[in-house]
Design a binder for this molecule. Structure first.
Ligand SMILES: Cc1cc2nc3c(=O)[nH]c(=O)nc-3n(C[C@H](O)[C@H](O)[C@H](O)COP(=O)(O)OP(=O)(O)OC[C@H]3O[C@@H](n4cnc5c(N)ncnc54)[C@H](O)[C@@H]3O)c2cc1C
Length: 392
């Protein structure tokens, strides 16, 4: 396998790098999620104006029609520059690709542009209090009433629902059909009386995700995506895009964290020397570098498969699993190196003295749950990548 970039790909990388150097908006505000979201909205507007939002989308829908390699380069450069994430991450990574894959022409014309510009934020209403991993068992009901669907039920862990205009909602429309077949995928307007989002506070102290209560919320029939009863297929497209998009940015983000970890080890005194010279710490840091390299090579393997088949496949699950494991191990090691100091503060700032490692440690606990738990990803890899027999 040839992993070097072609001249045009190198040129593309230089273009992204130069733009980021010139336009990087600086560090995110630390005053709270509202301020962070408006900062990210402004950043996304700037990215969009310069043609850097939704680069994978076809040109006719406002994207760049970037190749998979260019998308990987872009994600790497964004992470390398430690550029903030755009406000509408879920719309860009999942909502847009789903509308492009399954939406009607009218839906594409209506929804895609405001996703790119960040004007309309999207959230993902899949998980429920009793349906997370087993998504197909979800209970939120949608009942047809003339030209509308009436929705009642509850979603949970809905990231950014408090800021969202649109929710990618999966609801049960046929309670008598087998569980995977009775589902429909809707775009629900969050700004209506029947919908209430209540933020839940995470271990980090932030309220990133929400409970969403729907009491006879209304959805016009033209907001069904992919046809009534076809919700499972559309939901799978959403999840494949979620995991496929993650790997290359995650690799660069891990490289940044490993660099910081090495700096921490070089400046922290342990056992009469510094941690970077202590054989046990050195071994753990080296092991993490090996795992990060394995992740990088696996990501290229997944990319090759996607290039061959044209759609993101189950290999994305492997990158998501490795990222969660490595990110958690890095933050655990950082706190081990900090020793007793690790217990002292718990901020969200970037400097060590602001508690950056503590924040990252606490946030990383969610990595093996969000976007599919590691257990579930292992099942997918066993069954769909390795071809092992199904347990059930
Ligand atoms: C930070 C964060 C953001 C999130 N954002 C969103 C969002 O925007 N939208 C959304 O819809 N959801 C979101 N989620 C929810 C997330 O997708 C679910 O938490 C996840 O899918 C697990 O579901 P659950 O919490 O119901 O756990 P459960 O499915 O109840 O699982 C409980 C435990 O059992 C294990 N388990 C379950 N089934 C199996 C099995 N078949 N084999 C082996 N082990 C199994 C799981 O691995 C887990 O350890 C978010 C979660 C987090 C942490």
């Amino acid at each position: 396998m040839d992993l070097s970039l072609s001249p045009s790909e190198r040129e593309f990388r230089e273009e992204v790098r130069a733009w980021l150097e010139e336009n990087h908006p600086g560090a995110e505000p630390e005053s709270g999620l509202e301020e962070v979201m408006s900062f990210r909205t402004e950043w996304q507007r700037k990215m969009h104006e310069a043609g850097w939002a939704g680069i994978s989308w076809p040109k006719e829908y406002g994207g760049r029609g970037a190749t998979l390699i260019e998308q990987a380069i872009f994600a790497q450069e964004m992470a390398r520059a430690e550029a903030p994430s755009p406000a509408n991450v879920l719309g860009l990574a999942m909502g847009g690709p789903v509308v492009i894959a399954h939406g009607t022409e009218e839906q594409k014309q209506r929804y895609l542009e405001p996703i790119l510009s960040g004007e309309e934020i999207w959230c993902q209403g899949f998980s429920e209090p009793e349906s997370g991993s087993d998504l197909a068992s979800l209970k939120t009901r949608a009942v047809k009433d003339g030209g509308e669907w009436v929705v009642t039920g509850q979603k949970v862990w809905t990231t950014f629902a408090q800021f969202a205009k649109w929710c990618m909602l999966v609801a049960r429309t046929d309670p008598d059909a087998p569980k995977h077949k009775g589902l429909t995928y809707f775009l629900m307007d969050m700004e209506q009386p029947g919908v209430e989002a209540k933020p839940l506070v995470q271990i980090t102290g932030e309220g990133e995700f929400n409970e969403v209560f729907m009491e006879e919320a209304r959805i016009p029939e033209e907001n069904v995506i992919g046809g009534v009863g076809n919700g499972w297929t559309v939901a799978i497209t959403t999840l494949m895009n979620e995991r496929a998009g993650l790997a290359f940015g995650a690799i660069a983000q891990i490289a940044n964290s490993l660099k910081r970890l090495t700096e921490l080890a070089a400046e922290t005194r342990v056992n009469g020397g510094v941690a970077a010279e202590d054989p046990l710490y050195r071994q753990r840091i080296a092991q993490l570098h090996i795992e990060a390299e394995t992740m990088r090579l696996n990501a290229y393997r997944g990319l090759t498969k996607t290039m061959q088949s044209g759609i993101p496949g189950p290999e994305g699950s492997l990158g998501k699993w490795q990222w969660a494991d490595i990110n958690q191990a890095i933050t655990e090691l950082a706190l081990d190196i900090e020793g007793a100091r690790a217990a002292l503060d718990r901020g969200a700032g970037e400097a060590v003295e602001d508690g950056a490692w503590q924040y990252r440690f606490l946030r990383s606990r969610a990595n093996s749950i969000e976007g599919g738990t590691t257990d579930i990803l292992k099942n997918i890899i066993a069954e769909r990548v390795l071809g092992l027999p199904r347990l059930r």
